[in-house]
Design a protein around this ligand. Structure first.
Ligand code: HEM
Length: 351
């Protein structure tokens, strides 16, 4: 399907004040698969109906499918780089993989819109899925993350977001789609707050109050921003993040829901490797001394055009063969054999 005929899901929509993240597994049985398939053609109308009630509320919903669910629901063809989330880590630092067939990323400037849409979607598919995680995120003051630093600064600029997030000619049948990685993190806020502001700034790589990047001479190669910066052929490979703080202070829960979109899973996987294992190994992200990933998943986001058409798909009997294609490196690569994630070295001399 040529890119110019596809309408994208709301991957590149503007940052909002509220979000609900729902991860669900598909219940066994053809009846439940049929319910979810049929809903694929309805979801856009649900977003329109709920969103119309508050036109300035910027309501949107992005729907993603996990690797196993794709095969069960839709069969072939399958997105070239879709696989189950690969756990990475060293020692006690683990980017865990947890169950998830369906991801809903619902965004709006007010929580009632998110809530209403989530409720309407559950009326349609609630019997066919088991919700394994639901997080209600909020924007914290001036775009602060739960750890107090401004989050999202180095996202790609509006004019370049699509180039980094939307699939093009590398996978023509899935052009207009995207990949997304999610992780739910819980923070040791007492430990984090015991650090001096300067120590926190060296961990993130930016000034806490002003959000200015630390000078190259003092920014450690282990800083979060150094380890998540990838350069390939002299050009930075970016991803689009829309992390949200969440929590329940009464229960001592303080969290960050990480969500990153890209046109291939490879750059996000490389960032996770750099953070959890280290670049070089051992030079890991100290943010992880205060943050534990408790969920992790990779999902494919079909274009809006394809999402609607998927309602009419039927997996055929041979589709069992394509389940769990495994973690061959070939499915991470572009046709030119490149990972499109840079030299995997540091950027601009920080390392
Ligand atoms: C505990 C969870 C996390 C928190 C609290 C967090 C917070 C932050 C903050 C405060 C910044 C600096 C401002 C900015 O440029 O946005 C940042 C940058 C960034 N983070 Fe995270 N982050 C988390 C997890 C992740 C993960 C899991 C990834 C990727 C797998 C990631 C990728 C990035 C990238 C690409 C940047 C921009 C780096 C640059 O170009 O300078 N983050 N993050």
């Amino acid at each position: 399907m040529p890119e110019n005929l596809t309408e994208q899901q709301a991957v590149c929509s503007p940052i909002t004040r509220s979000a609900i993240f729902i991860v669900a597994t598909l219940k066994p049985g053809g009846k439940h698969a049929e319910t979810v398939r049929a809903w694929c053609a309805d979801v856009a109308a649900l977003v329109r109906a709920v969103g119309k009630r508050v036109p300035a509320g910027n309501l949107s919903c992005v729907c993603g499918f996990g690797s196993d669910a794709w095969d069960r629901l839709f069969g072939r063809p399958r997105p070239a780089s879709l696989h189950t989330f690969r756990e990475v880590g060293a020692g006690t630092r683990r980017a865990v993989a947890t169950p998830g067939d369906l991801l809903l990323h619902i965004r709006a400037d007010q929580m009632d819109l998110c809530f209403e849409l989530a409720a309407q979607i559950m009326i349609r598919i609630g019997d066919a899925v088991s919700v394994v995680d639901e997080v209600h995120g909020f924007r914290y003051f001036d775009m602060r993350s739960m750890v107090g630093f401004v989050d999202g600064t180095e996202n790609p600029a509006a004019g370049e977001v699509a180039r980094f997030t939307i699939i093009g000619d590398e996978d023509p049948a899935f052009a207009g789609g995207s990949y997304v990685v999610i992780q739910k993190y819980l923070h040791d806020m007492a430990g984090w707050n015991d650090l001096s502001v300067e120590a926190q700034e060296r961990i993130i790589g930016r000034k806490k109050l002003s959000d200015i990047e630390l000078d190259a001479a003092v920014k450690p190669s282990s800083s979060h921003s150094s380890l998540t910066t990838l350069v390939e052929n002299g050009e930075e490979v970016k991803i689009l993040r829309d992390n949200m703080p969440f929590g329940q202070p009464g229960k001592g829960e303080f969290g960050t829901f990480f969500i990153g979109y890209a046109r291939s899973p490879a750059p996000i996987e490389q960032m996770l490797e750099n953070m959890f294992v280290g670049r070089p190994p051992g030079n890991y992200d100290r943010l992880l001394d205060f943050s534990r990933a408790v969920t992790g998943g990779l999902f494919f986001i079909p274009s809006a055009t394809l999402l609607e058409a998927l309602a009419d798909r039927q997996p055929d009997s041979t589709d069992a063969d394509v389940r769990n294609p495994g973690s061959t490196s070939s499915d991470m690569r572009y046709q030119d054999g490149s990972l499109k994630i840079g030299s995997l070295k540091g950027t601009s001399g920080y390392d």
